[in-house]
Design a protein around this ligand. Sequence first.
Ligand code: ATP
Ligand code: MG
Ligand code: MG
Length: 551
Amino acid sequence: APSTPSNFIRQIIDKDLDSGKHSNIVTRFPPEPNGYLHVGHAKSICLNFGIAQSYQGVCNLRFDDTNPEKENPEYIESIRNDVEWLGFQWPGEPKFASNYFDQLHGYAIELIKAGKAYVCELTPDEARQYRGNLKEPGKDSPYRNRSVEENLDLFDRMKNGEFEEGKMVLRAKIDMASPNMNMRDPIIYRIRFAEHHQTGDKWCVYPMYDFTHPISDALEGITHSLCTLEFEDHRPLYDWLLDNISIECHPQQIEFARLQLNYTVTSKRKLKQLVDEGHVTAWNDPRMPTISGMRRRGYTPAAIRRFCDSIGVAKANSTVDVAMLEAAIRDDLNDNAPRAMCVLNPLKITIQNYPEGQVEQLSAPLHPQKEMGERTLPFTREVFIDKDDFREEANKKFKRLVLGKEVRLRNAYVIRADEVIKDADGEITEIICTHDPDTLGKNPEDGRKVKGVIHWVSATESLPAEVRLYDRLFLDENPDGNKEKSFLELINPEALTVVKTARVEPSVAEGQPEQGYQFEREGYFCIDSKDSQPDQLVLNKTIGLRDTWAK
Ligand code: ATP
Ligand code: MG
Ligand code: MG
């Protein structure tokens, strides 16, 4: 496997190992279970788990579950599946920030006892005013100088459910004049009468993310806490909290640029909206940039990992061309997917000099370069070719079947079109052909050149299939940041085209769900894991043979 290129984070880790600051590397991937993972999360997964792998360390999977109203077990399950499918393992059972609610509560009390946290009763509106803004320092809350005893009592009563939601919060006492807004006495606990998926109704106060995250990291002995750039301004708070409670471990927070892909939306909130409003069928709709959507579409874990390695890890945001992701899957499938033939719009060919009722089992390589073995390919008197591959008249550039001319059927014989049959509307319904029986696996003996090669399937031995052709979900390069239109108005109405007429060669029926193929001359496809049945195949187009979006 290609080794992961170095990056500024790996350089920091190398230095920490050299200096003896650490002898063992521990990272974590900390999703909130409030949606399915998307391609941006794949970058973070590959980074965190990839580092653990390279340094023989570990990477924890930790659910950051401090907003019980937005979270649920379906999301937890999908996240576990996605990380495993990408090829990574965490030690033991996944961890939950909610595992630490008792400890977190204890550290909050420690802060109160040290005079570093207080119960505040400002309304949200008042609190906003007191907070000031980037130009103006904030003002101290009138509740800031409560005694330790009063704070302990009020916080305890908050925990016991004596106050309504929003009436009181616990705030860290830091600095209302700090130029960093996150340091202006941030809220660390709030009241929520919400049932939690892990802790049930044990708690009616929940810790804030900014309080939970550093402490969870420290409790797990994380050495390097990697997060995206928007948390740079939260680092002083991360460090302040760990410096002001009695905990030894102090992980180093390091920020990196989040993955932004053009033609793509990567915000769980917006992806959820696409699902909830029925713009797509589900989180794993093959049009979605979710890991489960890409999986169902036919992307492979290796291709996604290679893409994540290739884009690198930087300290400044930039947008990556989605064509790079598409190229990664195309390259992977070109190397590894077995070949097969599928005719999307069948046109019947009758080979008049081929015996009726005969089924000849031809053999064809599963891959043109790799030793993948052979597949059997039934040949019969009646075959289907694609409607686009026949013309009554055409110039020399059309290297397919033309009336009176010859073409090779891929992996089979050379045929000549003798006669066109049309229905009452003039629509071509059938072509009568003659095959040259001496052209199987060789050129015609007399030296005549047959340049065109087209794909085909047996009319009687092939299987019907529904083929779902996918294209990019958005027509705009920046659906998230368009000034005039919402991302919903920029959806590509042709991101899904369903073809019900397709016929595939029988070898495809043996494929497992998600098995990818190159359908010769058509592109890369896979068996749909949800809707396909052996007797009613459903196939998803993963990607075309070449980039048709390139300018
Ligand atoms: P979203 O904004 O889509 O809701 P999030 O950051 O809130 O994403 P989390 O579940 O908190 O989602 O993310 C888990 C981890 O994945 C975090 O460490 C986060 O920084 C990282 N992550 C999320 N989106 C991206 C992205 N686009 N690129 C790189 N890392 C990301
Ligand atoms: Mg987050
Ligand atoms: Mg979020």
